[in-house]
Design a protein around this ligand. Sequence first.
Ligand SMILES: Nc1ncnc2c1ncn2[C@@H]1O[C@H](COP(=O)(O)OP(=O)(O)O)[C@@H](O)[C@H]1O
Ligand SMILES: [Mg+2]
Length: 256
Amino acid sequence: MLFQTMGLTKRFGGLTAVSDLSFGIEEGQIVSVIGPNGAGKSTVFNLVTGVHRPTAGRIELMGRPITGLKPYQVARQGVARTFQSTTVFGQDTVFENLVIGHRLRTGSGLFSALLVSGRERGDRKKSMAKAEELLSFLDLEHYRDEAAGNIPQEAQKRLSIGIALATEPKLLLLDEPTGGVNLEEDDSLIRIIQKIKASGVTICLIEHKMKMVMGISDRVVVLSYGSKIAEGDPQSVSRDKNVIEAYLGPGYAAKD
Ligand SMILES: Nc1ncnc2c1ncn2[C@@H]1O[C@H](COP(=O)(O)OP(=O)(O)O)[C@@H](O)[C@H]1O
Ligand SMILES: [Mg+2]
């Protein structure tokens, strides 16, 4: 396993947002985490990336514990994420967003990412080369010098994935990458995610759109009220009685 959680639990006061969750991701695979709103999906990402400290449980990357590390430390271990709401630096150009993304890996936060001392000019050069590579990988050359806040929503989604990729992660966590994007535009994001997988990056995906989940996941983990209620390949999960009851609805199996 490239990544796994064991007994991962997070309580907020009296609410158990994530309850005794164990799951793993094999290197090079895409695992999707699905479940109703409030099931605890984003909290899992916040635990993995060090935004929240688990109440109990362990998190391992390549066999090494990363539980309780600070966000920048988790990033240095090779984990990057995108957020449910699109987060780009709106005033900066698309190109500069990708440069900043790469700088985030070496510093302990945005502040040092933006500091460019003479000593660091070599690093900046590397960051620029990475940014060029990502512009083409994400098909964003066209928007290179536009302010990131002014480009279409779907392109902003690709850019926020690019900012995460700029740190050259081993594990990429994507929180609803197609949220707020229309169905036709989903295809371009699906293609990007498949390209990322082909490049060797392991992916954990939170997603609501079942067409996407079914099409690109190697495995699916289903959460409900913080607990794992099913896990398996997309087909078996979509036929699971508990999953249909808790999430997909009775019409789902019949439609397929
Ligand atoms: N920082 C927080 N403080 C208190 N409660 C939280 C916090 N973050 C999430 N929750 C609660 O934890 C539960 C799971 O939320 P979340 O992980 O965002 O669900 P999902 O992403 O599956 O929709 C929800 O009931 C939510 O209100
Ligand atoms: Mg969420």
